[in-house]
Design a protein. Structure first.
Ligand SMILES: Nc1ncnc2c1ncn2[C@@H]1O[C@H](COP(=O)(O)OP(=O)(O)OP(=O)(O)O)[C@@H](O)[C@H]1O
Length: 233
C-alpha cells in the first residue's frame, strides 16, 4: 500500500496538501485540471520534492528519509528521457545498472523485456531511429526492468495518437498485472483508462478532491469539473 497523509508543500504561488492511499499492485489514474498538482504529487513520491511534514510510506517503508535513487520506484516521463547516443538495449540496461557493466543474465533480462514491450529486434537501434510510440516502449521497458515495485508514469503517452495511446495503456496495464507492480499514471484523457484503472484520483488546487473506482469518480458530482479539465488540456 502507498500511503500519503497530509504531505504539504508550499511555494509562493502554490500550496499542496496531499492525502491518498493506493493498494499495492493496482493501477491508479491521476486526473485533474492543468496546474492542479498531478506532476507535483508524482515528484513528491519520487523524492524530487520534499514535503514539510506528513507521512509518505510504501508497503510499510517510510520513504521520507530516502533519496530518489534509493526509493523503491521508477518513473517514466512524457519526454521519455532516453539517451540519444545509447542503443535501445543500453537505455533499458540503465534501469538495471547505471554503469552498464551488465552480466549475461542481465542482458538476457533486457532482451526478454524488449520482447514483452513489442520491441524484438530493436536492441541495437538508437532512439532517434524510432517512432514516438516505440521510444515510450523503451522508457516503459527501462522502468519495468528495474524490478522496482512502484512505477510512476507522468503523462507517458499523451503525445501519441489516440489509438496508439490506448494500446500503450493496455500494454502498461498487462505488464503491471504480470509483474504485480503498483502504477500511478497522470493522464489528461480519463476515458482511455477508465476500464483498466482500479482507482481514479481527481487532483485540483494541490489536493486529492476525490478518489475511488473510475466509474464512481467520473459519474460523481465532479463530472462537470472533470469535463472542463479534459477540454482545457
Ligand atoms: N519547484 C516548484 N517551485 C514552485 N512552484 C512549483 C514547483 N513545482 C510545482 N510548482 C507549481 O505547482 C503547481 C502545480 O503544477 P503541476 O505541474 O503539479 O500541475 P499538473 O496538474 O501536473 O499540471 P499539467 O496537467 O499542466 O501538467 C504549478 O502552479 C507549479 O507552478
Amino acid at each position: 500500500m502507498l500511503v500519503i497523509e497530509n504531505c504539504r508543500l508550499t511555494w509562493p504561488d502554490f500550496a499542496a496538501d496531499y492525502s491518498l492511499s493506493v493498494k499495492a499492485g493496482s493501477l491508479c489514474a491521476v486526473i485533474g485540471p492543468s496546474g492542479g498538482g498531478k506532476t507535483t504529487l508524482l515528484h513528491m513520491i519520487a523524492g524530487f520534492e520534499t514535503p514539510e511534514d506528513g507521512t509518505l510510506a510504501f508497503n510499510g517503508q517510510d520513504l521520507m528519509p530516502l533519496e530518489p535513487a534509493k526509493r523503491p520506484m521508477a518513473i517514466v516521463f512524457q519526454d521519455h528521457n532516453l539517451f540519444p547516443h545509447l542503443s535501445v538495449a543500453q537505455n533499458v540496461g540503465l534501469g538495471l545498472r547505471p554503469s552498464l557493466r551488465l552480466t549475461a543474465d542481465e542482458k538476457h533480462l533486457i532482451a526478454e523485456m524488449l520482447d514483452s514491450v513489442g520491441l524484438h529486434g530493436f536492441a541495437s537501434r538508437k532512439p532517434g531511429e524510432m517512432s514516438g510510440g516505440q521510444r515510450q516502449r523503451v522508457a516503459l521497458a527501462r522502468a519495468l526492468v528495474s524490478g522496482r515495485p512502484l512505477i510512476l508514469l507522468d503523462e507517458p503517452f499523451s503525445s501519441l495518437d489516440p489509438g496508439l495511446r490506448r494500446d500503450m495503456i493496455l500494454l502498461a496495464d498487462k505488464l503491471r498485472r504480470k509483474r504485480s507492480v503498483t502504477m500511478l499514471m497522470t493522464i489528461h484523457t480519463p476515458e482511455d483508462v477508465a476500464d483498466v484503472a482500479d482507482q481514479m484520483v481527481f487532483v485540483a488546487d494541490g489536493k486529492v478532491v476525490a478518489s475511488g473506482p473510475p466509474a464512481a469518480v467520473l459519474n460523481s458530482s465532479l463530472a462537470p469539473r472533470i469535463a472542463a479539465a479534459v477540454s482545457d488540456s
